[in-house]
Design a protein around this ligand. Structure first.
Ligand SMILES: Cc1ncc(COP(=O)(O)O)c(C=O)c1O
Length: 354
């Protein structure tokens, strides 16, 4: 049994839709004919304030408010969806927001400063501090400095870690699991496998914890978009342990007993870096399923899933739910690189190979 759910603010539009892909879409994706694939549309949890981070922010910002915070500091890549969602949530709640951003190179080394999510951060009034990847390593110092600066301006600051992944953020995807299982029941099926992207590990941790407690036959399979399998195993267990400890339930659920399944084979050249096969799967998903995936998170997870399902990697799995965690604004900064892939995609299609 899980401890009682902590306090939560309502920020997103829930339940998000659960959509079955039809036979035409499944055949376009070249999936084996026995498979059924559903999309859980957490990309539609809102518009500017959208994606998987909304579920975590509902708990984190409730805690911030309860502690009397008037400002929030958080961090991520320069195209962080988490930072953008936090910035809009703060604007909605009347909280000041400071974002500590790592200036990751975009596709092909392109600068993505002031574009996509970073533009939107500033649009809604967040203060953004952008660091080179090297300087970003001193993240703890940047947090301390940002908090000091806010305090000097009379604020009480609340710090949120990368991706909102900690013991409290985990609750977002425990709740999402319950929401999804109710929808599956209403549509008369039990999923065999849930698929998500793992960036800071909180989505995977929440889903895996909930599956462990509520429905252990459901496999949660995550595709890493950075770091390694062992990193995510450790991080997810740490968050699950913190979730139990914060509720005084330490020891009731042993994080080591929670099954974790992570794959790091589809990261490509690195975090936030695309590659042609990824872009082509994303284009195929766009054209055949009407899905807007992003090349940093949801696209890599979808590409990994489709590639492995085609290869029969999950024997016995029939009903699969793909957690679409959002990220569409980040897709826009990959436009030029994707158009190049689109050219080769069209040429391949004309040559009959797609
Ligand atoms: C669009 C999107 N999908 C998936 C993830 C991964 O979620 P998590 O950070 O909980 O692992 C993130 C953020 O990291 C994201 O922005």
């Amino acid at each position: 049994m899980l401890p009682p759910e902590p306090p939560r603010l309502s920020l997103g539009h829930f339940p998000t839709p659960l959509r079955a892909l039809d036979a035409r879409a499944l055949s376009a994706l070249e999936l084996p004919s026995h498979l059924k694939l559903w999309i859980k549309h957490d990309d539609l949890s809102g518009f500017a304030l959208s994606g998987n981070k909304v579920r975590k922010l509902e708990f984190l910002l409730a805690d911030a408010k309860q502690r009397g915070a008037s400002a929030v500091v958080t961090c991520g890549g320069v195209q962080s969806n988490h930072c953008r969602a936090t910035a809009f949530a703060c604007a909605q709640l009347g909280l000041a927001c400071t974002l500590l951003l790592r200036d990751d190179p975009g596709p092909g080394g392109a600068v993505t400063h002031n574009q996509g999510n970073h533009f939107l951060d500033q649009f809604c009034g967040a203060e953004t501090r952008v660091f080179s990847p090297r300087d970003y390593r001193a993240l703890d110092e940047h947090f301390a400095e940002a908090i000091r600066d806010l305090e000097q301006r009379g604020h009480r600051a609340y710090a949120i870690p990368t991706g909102g992944s900690n013991g409290l953020g985990v609750w977002g995807y425990v709740r999402a699991f319950d929401e999804l299982m109710q929808q599956c029941e209403a549509q008369d099926f039990q999923p065999d496998m849930l698929v998500c992207a793992s960036g800071s590990g909180g989505t995977q941790a929440g889903l895996s914890l909930a599956a462990h407690v509520r429905a252990p036959t459901v496999k949660v399979h995550a595709y890493a978009v950075c770091d390694s399998v062992s990193y995510f195993d450790r991080k997810a267990r740490e968050d699950i342990g913190a979730c139990m400890a914060a509720c005084g339930h330490e020891g009731r659920i042993d994080p080591e007993a929670v099954a974790l399944s992570t794959d790091d084979d589809f990261i490509g050249p690195g975090y936030a870096q695309g590659y042609p096969e990824l872009y082509q799967t994303m284009l195929l998903a766009g054209r055949s399923c009407g899905l807007l995936l992003d090349p940093v998170y949801s696209g890599k997870a979808f590409h990994g899933m489709v590639t492995q399902l085609r290869a029969g990697a999950f024997p016995g799995v029939e009903h699969v739910v793909f957690m679409h965690t959002g990220g569409g604004f980040g897709t826009l900064v990959h436009g030029a690189a994707m158009l190049e892939a689109l050219g080769s995609h069209q040429n391949n299609a004309q040559n009959g190979s797609l």
